[in-house]
Design a protein around this ligand. Structure first.
Ligand code: NAP
Length: 279
């Protein structure tokens, strides 16, 4: 019978561990989040982070800056945070206004405070299998596989999506010589030919593309494990809108052996991985 890979028991465990460590070591972790503008999804995410942080003992300090702030002034702000010993982690909320150079800004964050794991130093460490911050969504996928004891060693894992924040770091994590890795990894993208033929070879299929219901029943192998990273807003007759994944969940449910729901899957675990990085 298909088992739904739900986030709830995982986040309960992760948040309990974080809270206990903070209490035991009498720590005061603080995350500073840089926000430029009024993107509603972004503001909602940060409010949610603040509530979660409060419950477990992590201060989430939202800095709502003027979206017209110059590159130079933003870099100066980041420098302040880098040098403030009270700030454990620095996070940049996207999207950024067009006049800002995102690469330069990400690179200005101290790699030791780069809890998103997007700095080239942390990305390099990830590829070289050295300790460093791992981006939170790929970390969440691995955490889910660990928690549900999903065997990855020697398995065919197909990842759809090659973004810097999901597909690429996840592929590198799954290639590690590690109990929860050692996979044979294929990464697909918009130029991949015969994608369905490739995805059907997957023992574990992970989708991170941002297209609602893209993965259909015919694209997965019988008894495949399906991990849906996609979070896509679609219209809903009753509520106005709702969130769905990249996977056609209803259609794939019976054919898969295990499958993550959206919402209530990878996304919720991602937030917990971010707060774990802050700690
Ligand atoms: P992104 O930067 O837009 O990357 C999308 C990737 O999908 C690209 O590699 C793109 O290929 C590929 N792609 C697009 N259309 C495709 C198609 N028809 N066939 C095959 N590949 C295709 O997106 P992202 O930031 O990685 O996010 C992907 C999804 O994950 C979104 O729904 C996002 O909301 C969600 N997400 C969730 C979490 C979470 O915590 N759960 C975190 C981050 C993102 P090219 O490289 O060739 O363009």
């Amino acid at each position: 019978m298909t088992k739904e890979l739900r986030a709830k028991p995982i986040i309960k465990k992760v948040y309990t561990e974080i809270r206990e460590e903070i209490e035991a070591k009498n720590l005061s972790p603080r995350l500073d989040v840089i926000i430029l503008g009024e993107d509603p999804a972004s503001l909602y995410y940060v409010q949610n982070l603040q509530k979660k942080g409060e419950k477990i003992g992590i201060e989430v300090n939202a800095l709502n800056l003027d979206p017209k702030l110059s590159q130079e002034n933003l870099l100066a702000k980041i420098d302040e945070m880098n040098n403030n010993p009270k700030v454990s982690g620095v996070m940049l909320q996207k999207p950024l206004p067009n006049h800002l150079n995102e690469t330069e800004i990400v690179n200005a964050i101290n790699p030791k405070k780069d809890v998103d794991g997007f700095h080239p130093v942390n990305m390099g460490k990830l590829v070289l299998d050295e300790p460093g911050f791992v981006p939170c969504t790929p970390a969440a996928c691995i955490e889910m596989m660990k928690f549900y004891e999903i065997e990855t060693s020697g398995k065919n894992v197909v990842i759809i999506g090659r973004s810097n924040i999901v597909g690429k770091p996840l592929a590198n994590l799954l290639l590690r010589k590690d109990k929860y890795a050692n996979a044979t990894v294929t990464v697909c993208h918009s130029r991949t030919q015969n994608l369905a033929e490739i995805s059907k070879q997957a023992d574990i299929l992970i989708s991170a593309i941002g297209i609602p219901f893209f993965v259909k029943e015919g694209m997965i192998k019988k008894d495949a494990i399906v991990i849906d990273v996609g979070v896509n807003q679609i219209e809903d007759a009753e509520k106005g809108y709702r969130y769905v994944g990249d996977v056609d969940y209803e259609a794939c449910f019976d054919k898969s052996s295990e499958i993550t729901p959206v919402p209530g899957g990878v996304g919720s675990v991602t937030t917990s991985m971010l707060l774990k990085n802050v700690l």
